[in-house]
Design a binder for this molecule. Structure first.
Ligand SMILES: *Cc1c(COP(=O)(O)O)cnc(C)c1O
Length: 352
């Protein structure tokens, strides 16, 4: 009977699959950071969580988190900050914000699947611009699509997921300049990149820079944020659920940012490992490693499906991109792990 009630475009979908794997697996599929706080910091965090006022509704403004974010990431003073229960939630409400009849959402492909998903969810026209075969941005095609479709919102992942390949800053700037709608620069991997638009947050009015705590070690907290012009953040604030954040993650995120040197130390390790892993894998026969500015690398390898299964048999889970988009033929995405995890991965890949 539900079939009569549920929206047909939702009935036609399948739920996002979260990998359930045994504890002894090495999990290199979801850009999680392999490090947890040392015991001493865990204990300090525990005592802060124990006294968090969970009898009260959460109030981000009094939590101090926004100021902590400003300081940690040099967010310009004139930019306002919106918080989301993960940046996934911000993507959802930004899409809802512009979901007028016949509005268009534009994204590059392949890119983060949630852009398309939310366009579908809120009934926007979805326009995608294919990347070049080397996963660089096709500026001419993107500008032509903007001119033709006048998108109400454009999402650019910078660096891009699932490819990791950096786009040229001036190309992204050209898109911002050409857009008449909202432009969201999704910097989920900004911490691993040599470039960022965050210092530009606040101007122009239609630009939003979105980031997340997830890819710098705190995926379990569900804490995303977006910095932009007050006018845009104020509109977004009207539709975000008033208590979308919770005291436990607000408290933990603030604590984490007060230990930013611990975070940065691990970002440095993972960035160095990215270079090492890229080099090692590029030595394998019939393999292309695409240049990455994120905490994962995307590779094209002969018989990708077999390679994926071989790793899985050896208790290493990566992401099979093969089959998800024509440009991702025989591609795999590998999250950068801790050095010893990466060694295991390399050894298995090298075995005939
Ligand atoms: C992982 C990811 C997100 C989602 O991050 P959450 O804050 O965990 O919801 C958003 N955008 C891109 C490009 C991502 O890869």
């Amino acid at each position: 009977m539900l079939n009569h009630i549920i929206r047909p475009n939702i009935l036609a979908q399948t739920a996002y699959q979260i990998a359930n794997i045994p504890n002894d697996f090495i999990k290199l599929d979801a850009m999680e950071v392999p490090y947890q706080f040392p015991t001493e910091l865990q204990n300090q965090l525990a005592s802060q969580l124990a006294t968090a006022p969970i009898n009260r509704y959460p109030n981000p403004a009094t939590s101090g988190l926004q100021n902590e974010l400003r300081q940690a990431f040099n967010i310009p003073e004139h930019a306002q900050i919106a918080l989301g229960n993960g940046s996934d939630e911000l993507i959802q409400f930004l899409t809802l914000l512009v979901a007028k009849p016949n509005a268009t959402l534009l994204a590059l492909e392949p890119s983060f699947v949630m852009y398309r998903h939310n366009a579908e969810l809120f009934g926007l026209n979805y326009v995608s611009v294919p990347l070049n075969p080397d996963f660089t941005l096709n500026l001419a095609a993107t500008l032509a699509a903007i001119a033709e479709h006048q998108p109400a919102i454009i999402f650019i992942a910078y660096p891009n997921n699932p490819t990791g390949v950096p786009f040229r800053r001036k190309d992204v700037q050209a898109i911002i300049n050409a857009a008449t709608g909202i432009v969201v620069i999704d910097e989920a991997y900004g911490a691993f990149s040599s470039d960022s638009f965050l210092p530009q947050a606040g101007q122009p009015e239609n630009l939003l820079i979105m980031r997340t705590m997830s890819k710098i070690g705190f995926a379990g907290l569900r804490l995303g944020y977006a910095a932009g012009h007050a006018n845009l953040i104020n509109e977004l604030a009207k539709i975000l659920p008033p208590y979308n954040m919770n005291w436990l993650s607000l408290t933990a995120a603030k604590f984490a940012l007060q230990h930013k040197s611990w975070i940065d130390q691990h970002i440095a390790i993972l960035t160095a490992e990215r270079a090492r892993l890229s080099h090692e894998i590029s030595q394998l026969p019939n393999t292309t490693v695409f240049p990455s500015q994120a905490n994962f690398i995307t590779i094209r390898i002969a018989e990708a499906e077999k390679v994926f299964n071989k790793l899985k048999e050896n208790k290493i889970l990566i992401k099979k991109l093969h089959g998800s988009h024509p440009l991702l033929d025989n591609c795999l995405r590998i999250t950068i792990g801790a050095p010893e995890q990466n060694n295991l991965l390399i050894n298995i890949l090298k075995k005939p």
